[in-house]
Design a binder for this molecule. Structure first.
Ligand code: SAM
Ligand code: SF4
Length: 446
């Protein structure tokens, strides 16, 4: 019998990349082998994202392209997984009846069952809303050996008015601390040196947990300290946190845990108090900047990245100037900038005063230009320092590429394999990466 092959396309955030490792793991455990060619695939999986616009158009475009292949090969199975599957399940089946399986974010563990049932019973869908098995507990097929995503919680209890996440991922459900630790220990034992702890709002980890033998719940700070003790591990990262939940105990745990990297993602969303209120974000600009100062005092040289949305409904030029002002004061190392996208089902989607595309684009360009200059300035401050780089692979132009503990991308000279730690002197700076040359001296923490 010829090999059964699968093609897997992943859209969206790290949570989806994590889930895709599990999809690949499940299919591999069932005897499938990966391919990049749709024409030779017996299973094609789209792991979708619903956070921003065009995800749906892109999905239906992709499904349309597959239709003739499916007609030519009726045994091909097409799977739509992820947030869009969770949100639009029946709509996907109506618009693309040649899809065999629609599997939501909570139902991933049943993927193989659904595929097998589709063989005899026709199209299947499971978009149930209860997580019974954490995707992290499923077999994983990782692209790299040295790094792993570890899910610590799914869902989110906040209700930011622009965000579809609570709708598609449900309320927060934290994974028992023992399960997380067992997974990290197993990973470290198998050669993983860096883990990224994943959740929609990682720093509220544990608030929904009860511990049978303990008077108090494990919280994110406890988790960081516990993961820090795992032998063999060298770097701990986490994403995505909420600024409001960077409580002093989390900052203390970061500062005192040597494996926790000196980088935080600190999503601002807007610098206007009026817009923050309409977004239902719990902080205001001065409070946000105060928290940032406190973190920088506790962990000097920490690098900070952020998310910013431009053109939230009702955003005026004055509001936008407030955002530029916070960006100028905060001096972020990197910013992920998004044009506001109307997400049906969210509160903001029905708000008056949606901002026109042209205005959003013009503001977006100004924000990107400002942040680009700040990113370059921050990168230039690194020139001449010696840093530890964990090699991730080969970048464009064939040079080795890796990251510092501060999450800065470094292109470096010489032959290095993924997973190598290399001491590097920074020789050049660009807005989104550094250039470096390997040295023998021990690195300072940077
Ligand atoms: N939990 C994180 C937080 O509280 O900031 C955010 C996670 S969200 C999955 C990732 C980012 O997508 C958000 O920080 C936001 O900037 C962006 N985003 C979410 N919904 C959006 C929308 N409707 N339009 C544009 N950007 C959006
Ligand atoms: Fe979405 Fe993050 Fe707000 Fe939760 S905290 S609703 S994931 S933006």
């Amino acid at each position: 019998m010829s090999e059964r092959r699968y093609l897997l396309r992943t859209f969206g955030c790290q949570m989806n990349e994590h889930d895709s490792e599990r999809i690949a793991g499940l299919l591999t455990s069932d005897g499938y082998v990966a391919t990049e060619e749709a024409a030779e695939a017996s299973v094609v999986v789209f792991n979708t994202c619903a956070i921003r616009e065009n995800a749906d158009n892109r999905l239906y475009g992709n499904l349309g392209h597959l239709r003739p292949l499916k007609q030519a090969n009726p045994r091909m199975r097409i799977v739509v997984a992820g947030c869009l599957a969770q949100k639009d399940g029946e709509r996907i089946q109506e618009k693309a009846p040649w899809v065999d399986v629609v599997v939501g974010t909570h139902a991933l563990p049943g993927l193989l069952d659904l595929l097998h049932r589709a063989e005899t019973e026709g199209p299947q869908m499971d978009i149930s809303e209860v997580t019974e098995v954490f995707p992290s507990a499923l077999p994983a097929l990782r692209e790299v050996r040295h790094h792993a995503w570890v899910s610590i919680a799914v869902g989110c209890d906040n209700a930011c008015t622009f965000c579809i996440v609570p709708l598609v991922r449900g309320p927060q459900l934290s994974r028992p601390i023992g399960d997380v630790l067992a997974e990290v220990q197993g990973l470290a034992g198998g050669g993983v040196v860096e883990v990224t702890l994943l959740g929609q709002n990682v720093n509220t980890y544990g608030r929904d947990l009860t511990m049978p033998d303990s008077p108090r719940r494990p919280l994110f700070a406890d988790l960081l300290r516990a993961v820090n003790e795992v032998d063999g591990l060298r770097r701990i990262r986490f994403t995505s946190p909420h600024p409001h939940d960077f409580t002093p105990d989390v900052i203390d745990a970061m500062a005192s845990s040597d494996k926790v990297c000196e980088h935080i993602h600190f999503p601002l969303q807007s610098g206007s108090d009026r817009v923050l209120k309409a977004m239902q974000r719990s902080y205001r600009r001065e409070r946000y900047l105060g928290w940032l100062d406190a973190i920088r005092q506790s962990i000097p040289d920490i690098a900070v990245s952020t998310d910013i949305i431009v053109g939230f409904p009702g955003e005026t030029e004055d509001d936008f100037v407030d955002t530029l002002d916070v960006v100028a004061r905060a001096r972020f190392d990197q910013a992920y900038t998004f044009q506001y996208s109307q997400r049906p089902g969210t509160r903001a989607a029905t708000m008056d005063d949606q901002v026109s595309k042209e205005v959003v684009q013009e503001r977006f360009d100004r924000l990107v230009a400002l942040q680009q200059a700040i990113s370059l300035e921050r990168m230039r401050q690194q020139v001449g320092t010696i840093v530890e780089v964990l090699v991730e692979g080969t970048g464009r132009k064939g040079r080795a590429q890796g990251r510092t503990r501060t999450n800065r991308v470094v292109h470096l000279d010489g032959d290095h394999a993924p997973g190598d730690f290399v001491q590097v002197r920074i020789a050049g700076a660009h807005p989104h990466h550094l250039d470096g040359k390997p040295v023998r001296e021990p690195a300072a923490v940077a």
